[in-house]
Design a protein around this ligand. Structure first.
Ligand code: SF4
Ligand code: SF4
Length: 607
C-alpha cells in the first residue's frame, strides 16, 4: 500500500481511533463521577480468583469458547490492519497471517453458531428488547463479514483490502459505541474490583458516623451528610459504575433469579444493570430511583445472591439494587410496613417478633448460659429462629446435644442478650437497624470474652463471620455442619446411621452456599448413611427457597418456595434435608402431591 491510498487509510483509521478515545474518555468520566470505592473488602488470592473467574466464564462451555474465538480473531484482524499497510512481508508476517486466517475461519463458524441461538432464542435471550436483539445480530454479522473479507484478501483478492479495512473500522466503531465494549472493560473490572472473599454488602461509613454522633462517640459534622444510597448514577461507587459498563447482557443473572422464575413481578436484574449504565452516560431522564428503577423493582429483589454467583463478570445486580433501596429507606423512609415493624421490634428488644411472641421464649432447652467471668471454648449462637420459634428451638436442642456429645465446653448467651443480626433488614436497605444490632452484639460478645462461635443458622453465620470483622467484631465462626464434620474427622464424634438406605436431596441454604459451605453438610449426610442426590441449581449458586425474603409481605416468597420444591422433588429423592431454620420453615409448610417431607440436618444427628 503506497501513496495516497496509505494516507487515506491513515486518515480514516486515525478518525476511528479519535472516536474510540473520545468514547473511552466519556466512560472514564462517567465512572469517575461516582463515589470513592470504600475500604477494600478482602479479595481471594489472585490464583483462586482467576480460577473462579474461569470456572464461571466456562459454565456455558461452548458459548464461552465461541466468544473467546470472536475476541481473539477481532484482535488478530486489528493487528493485521496495522501491520499490513506498514509493509507486510517476511517470514514473521507469513506465519502470523496463516494463524490469523485459521482464526478468521473459526470466527465465522463461531459467529454462525451464536447467530443460530439468536434466530431461535434460548430462554434468557427472550426477554431482550428489540434493540438489544438487533445489537446482538449486528455485531455477529460484522464479525463474520470482516473475517470473510480478510480470508478473501489472504486468498489473493487485492482490491478487497479496502472493503476489509472499511468494514473493520465500522466494526471497531460499533464495538466502541455499543454495549460490546465490555470486551475490553470486563477484564479491567475483574482485575481491579471483581470478586470478593466474602458475600457481604458495602459498609456505610455515613451511617456509622450518624450513629456515633447519636451515641456521643463523635462530634456532629459541620458539612451536610452525603446522600445515603443511590438515587442518581453518581451516587454509586466507581467500581459499581464500571461493573455496569462491563455487563455483557448475557442474562445469566436473570435465568437464575428466583423472583423472575417464580413471580409475575416485572423485574429483571439485567435491566437494572443496563439502567445504571444508561444513567451514568446521561441517557436516563431524571433520577434513577422512581423513573428507570421503580419502587416495585427496587424492592422485588430478595437479595439471595444467585445473580452474583452466575455472572461471568462478577457483577452484582443485587448490590446495585441495594444502594437504591438504601436511598429509598434511609432518605425517603420507604421501608415496607411489615419490615418497619420488624426493625422497630429488633431495636427495642433484639427480637424481630417481640410484638407477637412476647413472653413465649422458652427456657425449656436447658441451655447452659454464658458467664462473662468464665468463658467457655465455644459459644452457641442460636439465632432468632433458635430462640423464638418452636421449629428453630428444636434445631437448637439438637445442636446442644451434638456439642455435648463432642465433649466441648460451650454455652449460649441469655436470650435477652442475643440480638437478631438483622441481615434481612440490611439487605432491604435498613443499614441503621443492622448497625444498631451489630454494635449491640459485638459489644456483648466482647463482654462475654467470646472467641469461637458455632451456629446452626446460616444468616447468623454470614453476618458474624463475614460482616462483623469490618465493624470490629472478629471471631472464629463455624456452621454446625462444619463443626460436626471436623469432629468426625478428628475421631471425637460418632454418628448413628439414621439415614441408612435413604435417598435425600440437600437444599443449599443460600446464605450457606454464598459463604462457600456446600460440602460439609453433604459429607455429614453421607456419614449418616444417606445417598445424596443433587437438585438443579445446587451448590454455590443455589436457588433460594424464598427465606431471604422472609419478612416480605405478599405472595412472592411462598411462590419461590413452591418453585424450589418442584426442583427438589424432580430428583426423585425421598426427602429434602436442609441446614437452615428459615429454609426448614419455608419448605416444610408446603403441602400437596409434589411436596417432599422436609427436615433440618440437626434432626438426624441423634447422638
Ligand atoms: S450482570 Fe452479569 S450475568 Fe447479568 S447480564 Fe450482565 S454480565 Fe450477564
Ligand atoms: S439477589 Fe437474587 S433475587 Fe435479587 S436480583 Fe439477584 S438473583 Fe434476583
Amino acid at each position: 500500500m503506497t501513496g495516497i491510498s496509505l494516507w487515506l487509510y491513515v486518515f480514516f483509521a486515525g478518525a476511528v481511533a479519535m472516536a474510540i478515545l473520545w468514547r473511552a474518555w466519556r466512560i472514564l468520566r462517567a465512572c469517575r463521577s461516582g463515589k470513592e470505592t470504600p475500604a477494600a473488602h478482602p479479595r481471594p488470592p489472585f490464583g483462586d480468583r482467576c480460577g473462579t473467574d474461569l470456572r464461571t466464564f466456562f459454565q456455558k462451555r461452548w458459548a464461552a469458547v465461541f466468544h473467546m474465538v470472536l475476541v481473539v480473531s477481532f484482535l488478530g484482524m486489528c493487528v493485521d490492519a496495522l501491520w499490513y499497510p506498514l509493509g507486510a512481508g517476511g517470514e514473521a508476517y507469513r506465519i502470523f497471517s496463516a494463524g490469523n486466517a485459521a482464526l478468521a475461519a473459526a470466527a465465522i463458524a463461531a459467529a454462525a453458531g451464536l447467530l443460530a441461538r439468536r434466530v431461535r432464542p434460548i430462554a434468557r435471550y427472550r426477554s431482550l428488547s428489540p434493540a438489544q436483539r438487533r445489537d446482538g445480530f449486528a455485531v455477529l454479522i460484522l464479525e463474520m463479514v470482516s473475517a470473510a473479507t480478510l480470508l478473501a484478501v489472504y486468498a489473493g483478492w487485492q482490491q478487497g483490502v479496502w472493503w476489509h479495512y472499511g468494514i473493520l473500522l465500522v466494526f471497531a466503531l460499533y464495538i466502541t459505541f455499543s454495549k460490546h465494549l465490555h470486551i475490553f472493560l470486563a477484564p479491567v473490572y475483574l482485575a481491579v474490583f471483581g470478586r470478593r472473599e466474602t458475600f457481604s454488602p458495602d459498609d456505610m461509613p455515613e451511617v456509622t458516623h450518624e450513629l456515633d454522633v447519636l451515641e456521643g462517640r463523635a462530634p456532629a459534622s459541620e458539612t451536610p451528610p452525603e446522600r445515603m444510597g443511590a438515587c442518581w448514577a453518581s451516587d454509586f461507587t466507581r467500581g459499581r459504575l464500571l461493573s455496569a459498563f462491563s455487563c455483557t447482557e448475557c442474562g445469566r443473572c436473570e435465568s437464575v433469579c428466583p423472583v423472575v422464575a417464580a413471580s409475575d413481578v416485572p423485574f429483571s436484574p439485567r435491566k437494572v444493570v443496563a439502567d445504571v449504565r444508561r444513567a451514568a452516560m446521561g441517557k436516563a431522564e431524571g433520577a434513577l430511583y422512581g423513573k428507570a428503577i421503580t419502587r416495585d423493582e427496587a424492592f422485588a429483589c430478595i437479595s439471595c445472591g444467585a445473580c452474583l454467583e452466575a455472572c461471568p463478570i462478577a457483577i452484582s445486580p443485587m448490590d446495585l439494587l441495594l444502594q437504591v433501596r438504601r436511598y429509598a429507606v434511609l432518605e425517603q423512609g420507604e421501608l415496607p410496613p411489615e419490615e418497619a415493624r420488624v426493625a422497630e421490634s429488633i431495636v427495642a428488644t433484639g427480637n424481630p417478633w417481640a410484638m407477637e411472641t412476647a413472653g413465649e421464649e422458652g427456657s425449656e432447652e436447658r441451655i447452659p448460659l454464658a458467664d462473662p467471668e468464665h468463658p467457655t471454648e465455644y459459644l452457641l449462637w442460636r439465632g432468632s429462629m433458635g430462640i423464638h420459634d418452636p421449629q428453630g428451638r428444636a434445631v437448637v436442642r439438637a445442636t446442644a446435644r451434638m456439642l455435648d456429645a463432642a465433649g466441648v465446653s460451650w454455652s449460649a448467651l441469655p436470650s435477652e442478650e442475643e440480638c437478631d443480626v438483622a441481615d434481612l433488614l440490611r439487605y432491604q436497605g435498613d443499614e441503621w437497624t443492622f448497625l444498631t444490632a451489630a454494635r449491640r452484639n459485638i459489644e456483648c460478645l466482647h463482654r462475654y470474652g467470646v472467641r469461637k462461635i458455632i451456629t446452626p443458622c446460616p444468616h447468623s453465620l454470614s453476618v458474624l463471620r463475614d460482616q462483623y470483622p469490618s465493624l470490629g467484631g472478629r471471631f472464629t465462626v463455624q456452621h454446625l455442619s462444619e463443626f460436626v464434620l471436623q469432629a468426625l474427622r478428628d475421631g471425637g464424634l460418632e454418628l448413628p446411621r439414621t439415614l441408612e438406605g435413604q435417598t435425600v436431596v440437600y437444599h443449599d441454604p443460600c446464605r450457606l452456599s454464598r459463604a462457600h459451605i456446600v460440602e460439609a453438610p453433604r459429607e455429614v449426610l453421607r456419614a449418616l448413611g444417606a445417598r445424596v442426590v443433587e437438585a438443579p441449581q445446587a451448590g454455590r449458586g443455589s436457588m433460594c427457597c424464598g427465606g431471604s425474603g422472609y419478612f416480605r409481605e405478599g405472595e412472592v416468597p411462598a411462590a419461590i418456595a413452591a418453585r424450589r420444591m418442584e426442583q427438589l422433588a424432580s430428583t426423585g429423592a425421598q426427602r429434602v434435608i436442609t441446614a437452615c431454620p428459615y429454609c426448614y420453615q419455608m419448605l416444610s409448610v408446603l403441602s400437596g402431591e409434589k411436596a417432599l417431607p422436609v427436615s433440618d440436618l440437626t434432626q438426624w444427628l441423634r447422638v
